[in-house]
Design a protein. Structure first.
Lengths: 255, 272
């Protein structure tokens, strides 16, 4: 019990410790706030501009969630297709790998030409950057079926579809939820990067404008807010994962 | 073909693909085998001698390149729903309880499939009863990872039997278990078979297991995969574990061991 409490509070302790050291360095060496603002200064600016930050954060949040939603739909469908057919796997996978290697920030100028400045490029960048892990994980879950089990089912007259629904999909669920955790953080990266060049709203835009106005405290507030949003969403999916696919995490919840 | 044979292999040859067929390279060769209704046969032989291939042929998961196979009087043309299979790995689904794992075949095989929703309670009772007979009563709602290896294997055998197949195919089902658990499961299998009299085809490495359980033991040779010895086990039934310590038993095991030893030495076929 005691050990558990320590484990649960460990990240908070580390966070506080980091902030204290950071503050101490800034105060002792009198670091200029235009170079590297202290936590106190950042907090001050966060409160001061809370209305503005909240508006930008909300914009970034829903844009990310929109892109992420598309990523789930497309990722699951593509993953399902390439995971259930050897031919589709052979055809699609190499191309997808090549696509995934492209820096998604490089798509932003192209997306601006197609969709103009605004939510279009941001949603699509969030989507492009986050669908890949979802797709790969669904496909992996579907493709790793024990041959023995397949025999057991096939001899009973099971069709491909039966095997997919009874075995493949449930098996890929832990992979799916695991991938959502990774994908949501990537989606925030996508949105923010896109907003930095192709939007007049959102945390990305805030970062750029605060930076050019030498408001370093505000810029750091923006970073903190994006990080916090990503972390909350990560924890949310982590929670959902644990409560829907407990069978896959048996070693950790000491039964 | 005759009507008294439940499984009837007539000059069956199998090459895994056309390329191997063209080179006359067969996984199993010239299998002639007649199994009576309700007979328990065991197939022993060195690794990679095509024992598992034989199982796939019998269940219709693979079609022979040459020859014909009849099961229950019908030529085998596709997967045979009257068979249940269990393997060395229990391969239970970890997200299903033991009961739901055992029920899985009923969700797939007709006619149970279409009745499944309506008769679920009845099927569940049937599965519970089967679980009780193998000593898993009270474990219905446990998940596979909460069971020991032996218990998982029992559940796996229940899954193979839930749709009351006429033929049970077991591919080294007790291979991964410790000696005591293994002997325990021998007796459970013996009792299930004595009660229900389905046909059993047991593929195993374990000669004692084959002699204890089977009516007839076949020895397979490796490359080419052929049946080289047929040994009828005339030990009286019901057999108790004690029988495994009698000289008669040991003598049969020893004889079979001799055939396998000779094969391993020469790599060639010894005539029975």
């Amino acid at each position: 019990m005691n050990k558990k409490t320590i484990e649960a509070s460990a990240p908070w302790i580390l966070l506080v410790l980091t902030l204290v050291i950071w503050q101490a360095i800034c105060s002792i060496f009198k670091v200029s706030e235009f170079i590297f603002p202290s936590p106190y200064r950042i907090a001050q600016q966060t409160v001061e501009f809370s209305g503005v930050i909240a508006a930008h954060a909300w914009r970034t949040y829903w844009v990310t969630m929109a892109g992420f939603g598309i990523a789930i739909v497309v990722g699951v469908l593509l993953g399902f297709v390439i995971g259930s057919s050897r031919l589709a796997y052979a055809a699609v996978y190499p191309l997808m790998t090549a696509f995934n290697a492209l820096p998604k920030a490089a798509f932003v100028p192209i997306l601006v030409v197609w969709f103009g400045i605004g939510i279009g490029p941001a949603i699509l960048t969030a989507f492009l950057i986050s669908f890949f892990p979802i797709m790969v994980n669904i496909a992996t879950g579907l493709a790793t079926l024990e041959p023995e089990l397949e025999d057991v089912l096939r001899v009973l007259g099971a069709k491909r579809w039966d095997v997919l629904v009874k075995v493949g999909l449930p098996r890929s669920m832990p992979y799916f939820f695991g991938s959502l955790k990774v994908a949501i953080t990537l989606a925030f990266v996508g949105t923010t990067v896109s907003e930095m060049t192709a939007a007049n709203e959102g945390i990305g835009y805030l970062l750029i404008s605060a930076g050019s106005a030498m408001q370093m405290g505000l810029a750091f507030s923006g970073l903190v807010v994006v990080g916090a949003m990503a972390m909350v969403m990560y924890e949310l999916f982590s929670y959902i994962e644990k409560h829907t696919t407990a069978w896959a995490h048996r070693s950790t919840n000491n039964e | 073909m005759s009507t008294t044979n439940f499984v009837d292999f007539q000059n069956v040859w199998l090459a895994y693909n056309d390329e191997l067929l063209a080179q006359n390279h067969y996984a199993v060769e010239d299998i002639n085998l007649q199994v009576k209704q309700g007979e328990f046969i065991a197939i022993v032989g060195p690794s990679g001698c095509g024992k598992s291939t034989f199982m796939k042929l019998t269940t219709g998961l693979k079609r022979p390149s040459k020859g014909q196979i009849f099961v229950d009087g019908q030529p085998v043309t596709g997967p045979l729903k009257i068979s249940g299979m269990a393997f060395q790995a229990p391969s239970l689904l970890p997200w299903r309880t033991t009961l739901d794992n055992v029920l899985l075949p009923l969700e797939i095989v007709e006619p149970f499939r279409t009745q499944f929703k309506k008769r679920k309670a009845e099927f569940a009772e049937r599965a519970s009863k089967l679980l009780r007979t193998v000593g898993l009563g009270g474990y219905e709602d446990k998940f596979p990872w909460q069971l020991s290896g032996g218990m998982q294997q029992r559940a796996s055998i229940c899954r193979a039997l839930i749709h009351e197949p006429k033929m049970l195919l077991l591919d080294e089902p007790f291979g991964a278990l410790d000696a005591f658990t293994r002997e325990e499961l021998w007796c459970i299998l013996r009792d299930l078979w004595t009660e229900q009299k389905f046909n059993v085809i047991l593929v195993t490495h374990d000669l004692r297991e084959s002699v204890f359980l089977a009516d007839t033991v076949y020895v397979m040779s490796k490359s080419p995969g052929r049946f080289v010895v047929k040994k009828e086990i005339d030990l009286p039934r019901p057999r108790d574990l004690e029988v495994t310590y009698t000289p008669e038993f040991t003598h049969i095991v020893h004889e079979l061991r001799g055939h396998i030893g000779a094969m391993r030495k020469t790599g060639a076929v010894t005539n029975p």
